[in-house]
Design a protein around this ligand. Structure first.
Ligand code: ADE
Length: 467
């Protein structure tokens, strides 16, 4: 990913980002940063870039010409016009969701104002987004631009060393992070909470959730209200848990949001990957939810809990295909055995082509790349007859959280690799306090056998993926 910063103070930006994690990511080539001095583009012989404001008023304004020429010089090097962010207290307020959205861009240009601002005419011409970092006024846009670049950069794979992916973290589920402790066990007479020393993951996860809730309630009542709204929907869904486990997990894990909810009609959810999930008490109720949906749902993939609503989706959104599937989920909470000699590792983007060659029916190229980038795919490695280490099988989670994309190469079948991979993923989900689940398309008997072997609950209720 490349950041370009148009500024009158390039040294300030360079100095602010030349240490720690951002600098390391730059060295590793994960992030590029280019600072461009707007003053280098002024046509004024005295290198002036500012002038008085028409109509009077205090202070000076940056002129349109140097800004425009600096921007042109930068964007002429890109294939497509990049998003250009004017950093200003008059913009929409930056948050984690926006950071995630911007992290998906290949190139971002930040335009930093100073003095009283920039001539509006050039802003109209080049700016795609106006973003503020909060309701207070700083002396210039450089610090806010640095704040945003830092928040965006840490979402890129490989930038953080942390093993946990940045896919689910603080704010995603509207809760603040719980308190954490390191050695020594006792400091200034204060003990580390006993539960953290028990090694009991279930108890630890429950304790952390309580702490997060407590903190959020105290420090961010606004976030807590959103969390409670979400809990109301989860509680409603849990009345038919077998049917709704995928929607409950989506909300619990912070992988999606509620578009529309009414206890009499049902719930309409949007997952981060763009698919829509619908459950409704009747066809009419489903139509009411779709009518009240605040965004356009055309062209999206749907997952629905009843076949009766499918014709409505076909007609409204010009869809034409529905595939039924069973839902399998694991509620026993006990980790499953994974053979010790099974070499299972997280996969990165370098495996994309190798995997896509075999599973193009299960995922699109874009989705596969997204799953690898989000670091949610794992592979089992074996020694080939030639003594090489090869990828024998793989598994991942889809963007809505379902386990899937499980494949074992033909020559490695019958060795328990599929079961080991799925058990590994189930155990991983358990350590995060999640309920592992997956969708099995009708007719996939081999997968159904595997789910039953792993003691997954397999519902007879059929969900429908409509595309
Ligand atoms: N420039 C000055 N103050 C700012 C703020 N709060 N956010 C973004 N840009 C700014």
């Amino acid at each position: 990913m490349k950041f370009c910063v148009l500024t009158l103070f390039p040294q300030l930006v360079e100095a602010g980002l030349h240490e720690s994690i951002f600098a390391r990511a730059r060295k590793k080539g994960l992030i590029e940063l280019e600072t461009v001095d707007i003053r280098d583009y002024t046509s004024d012989p005295h290198r002036r870039v500012d002038d008085y404001t028409y109509g009077g008023g205090a202070g000076m304004l940056i002129q349109a010409q140097p800004v425009y020429d600096a921007w042109r010089a930068v964007v002429s090097r890109f294939d497509k016009k990049p998003r250009t962010i004017y950093v200003t207290p008059q913009g929409r307020v930056f948050n984690q969701k926006l950071a995630q959205e911007l992290a998906a861009e290949e190139n971002l240009v930040f335009l930093c104002g100073h003095y009283e601002g920039i001539d509006e005419r050039v802003l109209d011409e080049i700016v795609t987004d106006r973003i503020s970092i909060g309701d207070y006024v700083l002396t210039g846009g450089e610090l806010p631009a640095m704040v945003m670049m830092d928040a965006i950069a840490r979402l890129k794979p490989g930038v953080l060393h942390n093993e946990e992916s940045a896919e689910t973290e603080s704010f995603d589920n509207d809760l603040l992070e719980y308190p954490q402790y390191t050695r020594p066990e006792c400091w200034h007479g204060k003990e580390v909470p006993a539960v953290l020393l028990t090694g009991d993951h279930k108890k630890i996860t429950a304790w952390r959730l309580e702490q997060s809730k407590e903190r959020t309630r105290h420090l961010r009542p606004d976030l807590y209200a959103r969390y409670e709204d979400r809990q109301t929907v989860i509680a409603w869904l849990s009345r038919q848990k077998r049917q709704h486990i995928h929607m409950m997990e989506l909300l619990r894990r912070g992988l999606g949001e509620v578009l529309c909810f009414n206890p009499l009609d049902g719930a309409l959810l949007l997952e981060k990957g763009g698919a829509v999930m619908l459950t409704c008490t009747s066809v009419e109720a489903g139509e009411r939810l779709l009518d009240r949906c605040p965004i356009d749902l055309s062209g999206r993939l749907f997952c629905v809990c009843s076949s009766e609503i499918i014709p409505v989706l076909y007609e409204r959104y010009h869809l034409s295909e529905a595939r039924g599937c069973y839902q399998a989920y694991y509620t026993r909470g006990v980790p499953l055995p994974v053979p010790k000699d099974m070499d299972i590792r997280r996969l990165d983007l370098s495996f994309a082509e190798e995997i896509f060659a075999e599973c193009h029916e299960l995922v699109t190229w874009e989705e596969l790349k997204g799953r690898l980038t989000a670091r949610t795919m794992y592979g089992a490695f074996m020694q080939s007859d030639e003594g090489e280490t090869v990828l024998a099988g793989y598994i991942g989670t889809h963007s809505e959280g379902a386990l899937g994309m499980l494949q074992v190469r033909t020559q490695y079948r019958g060795r328990g690799i599929g079961a080991a991979l799925e058990s590994f993923m189930i155990n991983l989900a358990l350590t995060r306090g999640e309920i592992p689940f997956g969708h099995i398309f009708e007719g996939n008997e081999a997968s159904l056998r595997l789910q039953r072997k792993l003691k997954m609950n397999v519902t007879d209720v059929i969900l429908w993926w409509v595309s």
